[in-house]
Design a protein. Structure first.
Length: 163
């Protein structure tokens, strides 16, 4: 893929779309995680929309949950064509993660552990000698997956990561 060097200037995110296998289970998961109910739910069946995504058709159910910064989480269950689970790992090219900001890492991490969230490993604090720039030192993160294996992160950013 060749990309032109002319700036396009897209600087604001509108939403992140997450393909799910069971919309109802994913709504329950993300509602519990965010404390937000869906602001929209519906269906779509469109060959042109499917082709816009490189698919022959798109028959789907969806729900949108909005976050405080106006970023929407679009949960999308494709019913036709049904896709295969990616089992995304953080180091696989093309994988992505959704990062959720907290101002009180200890309280959120503890609350999530008590609620049964299964973290992929121990929480981590950025320390000198392992990360640059130094302005990021003290940032805390922890990673977990949604029911379909989508990579998620909680972060309490410090220094340059907090801006």
């Amino acid at each position: 893929m060749t990309v032109a060097t002319t700036p396009v200037n897209l600087t604001r995110a509108a939403h992140v779309g997450i393909s799910v296998s069971d919309l109802d289970a994913s709504i329950a998961f993300y509602t519990a995680l965010t404390g937000r109910e869906p602001v929209a739910q519906g269906t779509m069946h469109s060959e042109p929309f499917g082709r816009s995504q490189g698919l022959p058709t798109a028959k789907l159910r969806y729900a949108t949950i909005n976050l405080d910064n106006s970023l929407g989480i679009d949960l999308i269950q494709f019913q036709d064509p049904v896709g295969e689970r990616t089992n995304g790992k953080a180091n696989r090219p093309g994988s992505m993660h959704l990062c959720l900001w907290t101002d009180d890492f200890d309280a959120v991490y503890r609350r999530m552990k008590d609620a049964g969230y299964d973290f992929l490993g121990e929480d981590y604090t950025f320390i000198a000698g392992e990360v640059t720039p130094e302005a990021a030192l003290g940032t805390r993160v922890a990673y977990f997956n949604d029911p379909d294996g989508t990579n998620l992160e909680i972060i309490e950013p410090k220094g340059g990561f907090a801006s």
